[in-house]
Design a protein around this ligand. Structure first.
Ligand code: RFL
Ligand code: PHB
Length: 396
């Protein structure tokens, strides 16, 4: 098989790239190792920056997002037993976020691609990218028990953190930056109406907790837990009790979460990680294949979208005008945004979580930082701007 752009990985990055290229008249093939139902059920992100929602609309994937997505105008920070709201529109000239699950974004993009796009192969596992620095790169993959090759003009590795594409960048030419945090998240999905209208990020002496949602009837909740925690040690009752304790408000001492059946439970490590550069010859890396941010800033999916928007525009300029300038600028353009998001995600993470041997002094500093944000002014405006995201045009 031969195509213009071979896309390894059918997560949000790969699927959206295929859509954007299709709309620009550039053909592509997406190779996804998992089956469709697995790809559509994998629980992950929930928050779309305004620019991300706008891109999905432009790509034709906006109808259900606009019907079912929940527009949020702010978040709550909870610390020292008190609640403080950070408003987004008033600090950002009207910017907001949309709560719409990654599972739904993926379903919408898959349906579009299968309806009128280029080939999207499920159960197609890429084994290697070869000839990245030649004029004729190719992807070796297996599909339906057979070894196959996909010959391309360009290969894009959208195959996530555990993918194989970046292995085609010689070690001597890449640098990896990494931070592992000394705590993890226990995440649950529960059939229970969200207890609050907005997301709540809670700092507490018992550790961080986050209340998010998936729909008016489904809650998504997270608790900071020690690294190495086994989800089996957290029966449902223990989780709800701990959530009640970490979200407790002095003004409403008896308030409890509405409990419901817990349908998913898993432990997620927290890390920051970037590989540079995001290009080698005719191979480009996008999304989690090139960078991971800790989820406290809700940036991972949004960064994946920003990467492929920049890349799709650059490929358009190449195919329409023969101009390589935007392709040459791709890695630098994306990495500037990646490191800003990395910085924001790190500061949210370290301000809100409790280190295993944290001193009372450090806790006081965290509370002072949170108090600065809660007081409004520049600190609140900065959080609102970072959370709702940079406009895509400034990086395109
Ligand atoms: P994905 O989603 O990992 O997709 C990669 C795809 O590649 C496939 N694949 C292969 N296919 C063929 N051949 C191979 N050899 C392959 N190897 C892998 C995989 O099956 C998969 O389908 O990467 P992508 O597209 O870059 O998307 C990135 C996002 O998934 C990720 O950044 C976010 O989920 C991060 N994230 C969040 N991001 C946000 O913007 N807002 C949030 O609120 C948010 N919350 C989260 C998150 C991530 C979380 N976890 C699980 C770490 C919350 C959590 C709990
Ligand atoms: C989620 O809804 O899964 C979610 C929301 C905000 C975050 C992380 C995850 O910061």
């Amino acid at each position: 098989m031969r195509t213009s752009v071979g896309i390894v990985g059918g997560g949000p990055a790969g699927l959206l790239l295929a859509r954007l290229l299709h709309r620009a008249g550039i053909d592509s093939v997406v190779l996804e190792s998992r089956d469709r139902s697995y790809a559509e059920r994998r629980q992950r992100a929930g928050i779309l920056e305004q620019a991300t929602a706008d891109v999905l609309r432009e790509a034709g994937a906006g109808a259900r997002l606009d019907r079912e997505g929940m527009v949020h105008d702010g978040i709550e920070l909870r610390f020292d037993g008190r609640a403080h709201r950070v408003d987004f529109p008033s600090h950002t000239e009207g910017r907001r976020v949309v709560v719409y699950a990654q599972t739904e974004v993926v379903k919408d993009l898959i349906a579009l691609q299968l309806a009128d796009g280029g080939p999207l192969l499920f159960g197609a596992e890429a084994r290697a990218v070869e000839g990245a620095d030649s004029a004729r790169p190719l992807v070796r993959y297996t599909h339906e028990g057979r070894e196959r090759t996909l010959a391309c003009d360009y290969v894009v590795g959208c195959d996530g953190f555990h993918g194989i594409a970046r292995g085609a960048v010689p070690e001597a030419l890449r640098t990896t930056y990494e931070r592992t945090y000394p705590y993890s998240w226990l995440g649950i999905l529960a059939e229970a109406p969200p207890a609050y209208d907005e997301l709540i990020y809670a700092h507490s002496p018992r550790g961080f907790a986050l209340a998010s949602m998936r729909s008016p009837t489904v809650s998504r909740l997270y608790l900071q837990v020690p690294n190495g925690t086994d989800a089996a040690d957290w029966p449902d009752g223990r989780i709800w009790d701990e959530l009640d304790a970490r979200f407790a408000l002095r003004a409403e001492p008896g308030r409890r979460f509405v409990r419901g059946p817990v349908t998913q439970k898993s432990v997620l490590p927290m890390r920051g990680w970037v590989t540079e550069p995001m290009r080698h010859g005719r191979l480009f890396l996008a999304g989690d294949a090139a960078h991971i941010v800790p989820p406290t800033g809700a940036k991972g999916l949004n960064l994946a979208v920003a990467d492929v928007v920049v890349l799709a525009r650059a490929l358009e300029q190449w195919y329409a005008h023969g101009s390589p300038a935007a392709l040459d600028a791709y890695s630098g353009t994306c990495l500037r945004r990646v490191w800003r998001a990395q910085h924001f995600a790190d500061s949210m993470t370290t301000t809100l979580h409790t280190e295993p041997d944290q001193s009372p002094f450090e806790t006081r500093l965290q509370l002072a930082r949170l108090d600065r944000i809660a007081s409004g002014g520049h600190a609140a405006a900065e959080l609102a701007a970072d959370y709702t995201g940079l406009p895509l045009t400034t990086t395109g």
